[in-house]
Design a protein around this ligand. Structure first.
Ligand SMILES: [Fe+2]
Ligand SMILES: [Fe+2]
Length: 159
């Protein structure tokens, strides 16, 4: 759940930066709307972490700043690329949440409900970005994003 929380911290930073530097108002509105749902996710995961007697990752400030920079860069490249970045990010998050759903114990109904609700929202965010004219993210960038998320999930698991 700490890994999920870190992901939502990054989602806050990405959507904030991508909304801030979006080149059109339509895109800005979409990113703000999606960002609001990510705020819910952040709150749900934070609350569940507390209930489980754990704590958020100590590296959150670092991840937030890093994700904000990445979001700002994506936005500056152009709206289509920025949308493409969202599509790829949400796809990777969705895959992560799906694997988490498979790993969670069946008796942890509350965590399962939270992760499933988030998964549905992330699917919708990706679809909305696709519908607005997302460009395909180049393969090297997709690989870099996968590598980065592996570092993130591995470290957040422990600290
Ligand atoms: Fe989310
Ligand atoms: Fe999302």
């Amino acid at each position: 759940m700490r890994v999920n929380h870190v992901g939502e911290v990054c989602a806050q930073a990405l959507y904030a930066a991508q909304a801030r530097f979006a080149k059109t108002d339509t895109l800005r509105q979409q990113f703000i709307a999606a960002g609001k749902e990510e705020e819910d996710h952040l709150a749900w995961t934070a609350e569940r972490l507390r209930e489980l007697g754990s704590h958020p990752s100590l590296l959150n400030p670092l991840w937030f700043v890093g994700a904000y920079v990445v979001g700002a860069v994506a936005a500056h490249v152009g709206d289509a690329q920025s949308l493409g970045f969202v599509v790829e990010t949400e796809r990777q998050v969705e895959a992560h949440l799906e694997s988490h759903l498979r790993e969670l114990p069946a008796e942890d109904a509350r965590s399962l409900a939270i992760v499933e609700a988030m998964r549905q929202d992330e699917v919708a965010h990706g679809a909305a970005a696709q519908a607005l004219g997302a460009a395909t993210t180049p393969a090297p960038l997709r690989l870099a994003m996968t590598a980065m998320s592996k570092v993130m999930t591995a470290t957040a698991y422990y600290i």
